[in-house]
Each structure stands twice: as C-alpha cells, then as structure tokens.
Design a protein around this ligand. Structure first.
Ligand code: C2E
Ligand code: MG
Ligand code: MG
Ligand code: MG
Length: 299
C-alpha cells in the first residue's frame, strides 16, 4: 500500500515539493495512534511480562531470566516491543512503563524465592531515557527494598548507545548502580557504538553477544571469529558473556567451546509467562539436574 501511495505522490507531485512522503506520513500517523494507545495501556492493565531463561553453558543450570515486555491491545492485538518501545521512548512514556517493568519483575522474583525457586538473577532491559533519568539509582534501590531483595539479584541490560554524548555521566550512573550491588550488562553487543576505552572504564559485568553473530555460527567463519574475539576480550576484562538467539544444538556446542559463559535462545526456551516458565525453573535449578525430582518437575 505504501508503495502505491508513493507512486501516486510521484505522479501527482510534478511541482509540489514534499517534505513528507506518504510513507512517512503513514508512519507518523501510526506512531501517533500507538502513542495514544500507549498512554492508556498501563492503567488498563494491557502490559505483561514474559520471562526467558538464561542458562550456564557449563552446567545447564539456570543463571537468570530476562523480563520481556508484552503489550496486548484489545483492537490492535499483540504489538511487538520492537514496534512500541521506540514510540514509548520518543514520547517519554518509557520512564513510567519502565518503572512498572522493574516493579513487576522484582515482585515476580520475590514470589519465586518465597516458593523456593532461587539461585538465579532477574535481567531487565533499560532504555537510554530511563538510564539517564536522574532518579534511576534511587528508584532501583527503593524497588529492591520494597520487594526485600538485594541488589545482586538484579541485572540491568543497557545498549552500547547509552554512553553516546556523555560517557562521563554514564560512568557516574553505572558507579551508583554498582554501589547498590546491581549488575550491568551490555545488550546486543557488537551492534552499537561503544569504544573499547569506555568498556574498560564502565562497571560492566557482562556482554550479551548479539543474535546477528550467533545466527550463522557453523556456516560463517567470520562470525565464529568475532564471537571468539568477543569472548576472549570479555575474559581478559573479567566479564561474563551471554550468547543471545541460540536456536540450534550446533550453535550451543560452538558457543560452549568458545568459552561463552551463559546461553539464551529458543533452543533453551522461548520467553514464557511466569506460570509457564516455572517447570523450567524447577528442572534447571542449581543441583536439580543431578538430583531430579520428577514429581516436582512435572506438576
Ligand atoms: P533484547 O533485550 O535483545 O531481547 C531479546 C529479544 O530476542 C526478545 O525479543 C526475544 O524474544 C528474542 N529472542 C530470544 N531468543 C531468541 C532466539 O533464539 N531467536 C530469535 N529469533 N529471537 C530470540 P522481544 O521480546 O520481541 O524484544 C525485543 C526488544 O525489545 C528487546 O531486545 C529489548 O531491546 C526491547 N524490550 C523488551 N522488553 C523491554 C522492556 O521492558 N524495556 C525496554 N526498555 N526494552 C524492552
Ligand atoms: Mg535484553
Ligand atoms: Mg539483545
Ligand atoms: Mg535489543
């Protein structure tokens, strides 16, 4: 439809100079519609979190879960975070939504702990606007306290781009979060603009190797070389590595062979609602693999 509109615009537009193509107008109209719908989504309870397990490459034990935001709109249906997160970022709504995500994820972690599901961390994605918000370290500390959790059970995933513009400020915020015991990971590593000198200075405990490097492992020797180099650099800097998007046993074996420390992807588990991820947590708890309790593992 967009192409037809574009064609029409060309045909009509002989002496009209257009700043907006029909495609751009369509996109901004859609963004406006999403912004309006987003502004009511929180109060109407349209958000939910799914949780994707992350496992130790060495033992298969669960090391963490990543909270991933889901939005179900009554008319628009399920909207992908890839579509609505950028809109929420542009409109500033991500700050309130992000607070809900943190609160909900920590509440869930505490609920699991009370039921004996423990020994793994909660990973939460942060947008640049949330990261730069002056109250972030305070908010994180308050939410941890509210849910009776220590800082080291939380890992915040940042993209490389949070440091663009003001690396000094970024380093200060990371120091404050680190002081609360919170872990910091770089998400989608290798796709952004971080410099190696920044990596060294920042309080980063983990690099998450972007899915684009994992996808063709086994076929693409360059990808293999890059994964190998990232893992070795992380080791040298005392950081852990999580491979994202592990979809096949072959990828898993190659990543394990390279010394990648944690694995995440559809081959291990898809992101699931809390109730559905619980059987996985039971089966993969530290030690559970050695002494499986089948009656518990399959409720
Ligand atoms: P991300 O943080 O890099 O999350 C990983 C994405 O890859 C998720 O997509 C997950 O469902 C998907 N994924 C996991 N394993 C595999 C696999 O083996 N193969 C493939 N093809 N995909 C896999 P999702 O849930 O659609 O989220 C997309 C992005 O939206 C996230 O990328 C993150 O940047 C953002 N996002 C999600 N939830 C939040 C949130 O609460 N706050 C913020 N600020 N951003 C969020
Ligand atoms: Mg992430
Ligand atoms: Mg990622
Ligand atoms: Mg991402």
């Amino acid at each position: 439809a967009a192409d037809t509109a574009m064609y029409r615009a060309k045909a009509e537009g002989r002496n009209n100079f257009r700043f907006f193509t029909p495609r751009m107008q369509e996109q901004s109209a859609q963004a406006l519609q999403l912004t309006n719908a987003l502004s009511r989504a929180l109060e109407r309870g349209q958000f939910a979190l799914h949780y994707q397990p992350q496992v130790s490459a060495a033992t298969g034990a669960i090391s963490g879960v990543e909270a991933l935001l889901r939005w179900r709109h009554p008319e628009l249906g399920d909207i992908s975070p890839a579509d609505f997160i950028p809109v929420a970022e542009d409109s500033g709504q991500i700050v309130a939504i992000g607070e809900w995500v943190l609160d909900t994820a920590l509440a869930q972690l505490q609920r699991w702990r009370q039921r004996g599901l423990s020994g793994f961390t909660m990973s939460v994605n942060l947008s640049a606007a949330q990261f730069r918000h002056p109250q972030l370290p305070e908010l994180v500390a308050q939410l941890l306290e509210r849910h009776g959790l220590a800082g080291d059970c939380l890992e915040l995933e940042l993209t490389e781009n949070v440091a663009i513009g003001d690396p000094e400020a970024a380093a200060r915020i990371m120091d404050q979060l680190h002081a609360h015991g919170v872990g910091l990971a770089i998400d989608d590593f290798g796709t952004g603009y971080s410099s190696l000198s920044q990596l060294k200075r920042f309080r980063i405990c983990r690099l998450k190797i972007d899915r684009s490097f994992v996808r063709d492992l086994g076929q693409d020797r360059n990808d293999h070389a890059l994964v190998s180099a990232i893992v070795r650099m992380a080791q040298a800097l005392g950081m852990r590595t999580t491979a994202e998007g592990v979809e096949t046993p072959q990828q898993l074996e190659l990543l394990r062979g390279e010394g990648c420390t944690e694995l995440q992807g559809f081959h291990i588990s898809r992101p699931l609602p809390a109730e559905q991820v619980e059987p996985f947590l039971l089966r993969h708890q530290r030690g559970a693999r050695l002494a499986p309790a089948p009656s518990q593992a399959r409720p």
